[in-house]
Design a protein around this ligand. Structure first.
Ligand SMILES: *Cc1c(COP(=O)(O)O)cnc(C)c1O
Length: 373
């Protein structure tokens, strides 16, 4: 089987994790601090606050912004379900906005269409690595007086307007799950430029303590901590951060390789009718975390295509989900989401990973070409 994704994990990651274990310090400590600094610098932010996942990072971002019951938060339904769930964690109401067909992302228009006086925030997603229009949405959000949280779970190594996706964000949330480009097993990060907000986020992820456990242990004098507010244990471990530091060094090469593989897919798929592969938007570049193709006049249905690919040894996946179609959101009746429903019904994700060969890609496209006739 050709897998849809393989994390790039080498001997260096194994060694770094072993070194963290041998150091005797395995909880959040100096390696987490280094990883925060290096990751933030890589994505063009001043501060990084590591978390246990992107899901917990999104939760903390909404706590930080004071989002509470009675507030509405506009989110794409067309996203991994964690984006919408985070809104419910703070007791607020997710309101689903439709997305653009080409990028899979919310736009100023789709957000504006569902905005109400109760809208306190928007979570915009760089879906599958494709950046949303950061300039347009940040400007619109500021004009509306609503907070903009950037779900950059998939976007390490993507860029918009010549800057890393997430650079200049009021707050961006990242994921290090193995389905993303850069992995720590599980893990997440918040990046931002405001030092006071960063300090609050550090407290929120560590029980509301005014001094971190790591700093307390590093001090030669006894330090008495205070618990300033009811908060969470959303910490990353130093074992994870040790792996993340190695992974960070691989990111640029990994993105370059994925973009080459995507370019090869584009060439091969140009000769197959009825398929529209994802591409860079005019204002930026995707890291191709997900290489999706939309069936547009293709003679076979999506699930038929997936079955035939599986029969030919190719593990493709259905396209990105739509949260509003899941039982967990059956009680929500959103405004019509025609583009979301079309994308989730008619798209599939093709294998893209560092071990994918030209032969693999030719085989995958040959299966699609046969089905297209
Ligand atoms: C993967 C993903 C998440 C969740 O990330 P975790 O680190 O697994 O919690 C959130 N949002 C989007 C858009 C994702 O793709």
């Amino acid at each position: 089987m050709i897998p849809v994704m393989i994390p790039l994990l080498g001997e260096e990651e194994a060694q770094a994790a072993a070194d963290a274990v041998r150091s005797g310090w395995v909880a959040q400590g100096p390696r987490v601090r280094s990883f925060e600094q290096d990751f933030a610098a890589t994505v063009g932010a001043t501060h990084g606050v590591a978390t246990s996942s992107c899901t917990t990072a999104l939760h903390l971002a909404l706590v930080l912004l004071g989002i509470e019951p009675g507030d509405e938060v506009v989110v794409p339904s067309f996203s991994f379900i964690a984006t919408a769930n985070a809104v419910r964690y703070v007791g607020a109401t997710p309101v689903f906005a439709d997305v653009d067909l080409a990028t899979g992302n919310v736009t100023v228009e789709t957000v504006d269409a569902v905005r109400t006086p109760r809208t306190r925030a928007v979570i915009a997603v760089h879906q599958g690595g494709v950046p949303f229009d950061t300039a347009a949405l940040r400007k619109a959000a500021a004009g509306w007086g609503v907070e903009l949280v950037e779900d950059a779970a998939c976007a390490a190594g993507s860029s918009a307007y010549g800057q890393p996706a997430g650079a200049g964000a009021k707050v961006a949330a990242w994921s290090f799950h193995p389905r993303k480009l850069l992995t720590t097993g599980e893990g997440g990060m918040l990046t931002l430029d405001d030092p006071e907000r960063a300090a609050r986020l550090r407290r929120l992820r560590e029980h509301g303590m005014n001094v971190s456990a790591a700093d307390r242990h590093a001090s030669s004098q006894p330090v008495l901590e205070a618990y300033l507010e009811t908060a969470y244990n959303y910490r990353m471990t130093d074992i994870q951060a040790a792996i993340g530091l190695v992974q960070l060094g691989r990111l640029a090469g990994l993105v370059a390789q994925r973009r080459e593989l995507a370019a090869r897919y584009h060439e091969l798929l140009a000769g197959v009718g009825g398929l529209v592969p994802v591409r860079d938007p005019a204002y930026g570049q995707t890291n191709y975390q997900s290489f999706w193709v939309l069936l547009d006049g293709f003679p076979a249905a999506r699930d038929e295509v997936l079955s035939e690919l599986a029969a030919q040894g190719v593990s493709a996946r259905r396209g990105i989900m739509a949260a509003h179609l899941e039982p967990a959101y059956a009680d929500v009746s959103p405004a019509p989401l025609p583009v979301t429903e079309r994308l989730t019904r008619d798209s599939l994700i093709l294998p893209l990973h560092h071990k994918l060969t030209t032969d693999d890609q030719e085989h995958i496209v040959a299966v699609l070409r046969r089905l297209s006739r």
